[in-house]
Ligand binder design. Structure first.
Ligand code: NAG
Length: 222
């Protein structure tokens, strides 16, 4: 290869990488308050249609959606995530932001998971958390958080939160740089997808036998 084709390749790679790590697109208007009233259009957009800006009011930019604790007993891992959305906070539409309230029961965890479209910064508000993520070199970065302390989970990397206290619940709030961060829990997506990932794949991937696959599916509610 000629030296300038190397250069071209380098630029193309950089360009691709930068493109992949971009946050949500910038809004073209001051705001685009989500239209939560008009019946859903037979139209699929990258975002949500907005109301006439003249109809926007302060309440569109406010929410109490995160004021109440989530029900951690309804979840097999003992956590509950409450998110701001374009429904409960219409003014958020096109801003590239989401806020999450994360309640974790005593001894509960948010199991290893990732968000394909957002980095996350989490602040512990109550209790004590062990948090961590693994990078692409398989290095684990962890930290114990007390109330008022924060930690960053870089975009797309597998991470977890765990309540260090076996007698008290913990509370955290997280910000995401996407209005649709997405989220997949590694164990749950592997063993409870519909249709299921073939047993043979799971046996080889996790170095387990057929009984283990059946047991893990059952344990995870699959
Ligand atoms: C929380 O979830 C549990 C289990 O699903 C249910 O029995 C309980 O009634 C729920 N509590 C509230 C306050 O909704």
């Amino acid at each position: 290869m000629r030296p300038n084709s190397y250069l071209l390749q380098l630029f193309l790679t950089l360009f691709l990488l930068l493109g992949l790590s971009k946050p949500d697109p910038d809004p073209l208007q001051d705001y685009c308050v989500a239209d939560t009233k008009t019946p859903k259009l037979p139209l699929f957009l990258n975002g949500v249609p907005c109301i006439d800006p003249k109809q926007a009011s302060s309440s569109h930019f406010a929410t109490s959606a995160l004021s109440k604790p989530g029900n951690t007993s309804a979840n097999m891992f003992g956590f509950s995530v409450t998110l701001t959305t374009t429904i409960n906070l219409p003014g958020l539409n096109t801003m590239g932001l989401t806020l999450a309230r994360i309640d974790i029961a005593a001894d509960g965890i948010v199991p290893p998971h990732w968000h394909p479209r957002a980095s996350e910064v989490t602040t512990c508000l109550q209790g004590a958390l062990l948090v961590g993520f693994v990078d692409n070199l398989d290095r684990l970065f962890t930290q114990q958080l007390r109330a008022g302390e924060s930690f960053v989970f870089p975009k797309g990397l597998i991470h977890f939160l765990s309540n260090l206290d076996s007698s008290k619940p913990a509370l955290a709030v997280s910000g995401f740089n996407s209005q649709n961060p997405g989220g997949q829990i590694a164990s749950v997506v592997s063993f409870t997808s519909k249709p299921a990932i073939p047993d043979e794949i799971l046996k080889k991937a996790f170095k387990i036998n057929g009984q283990d696959v059946t047991k893990m599916r059952r344990n995870l509610g699959g």
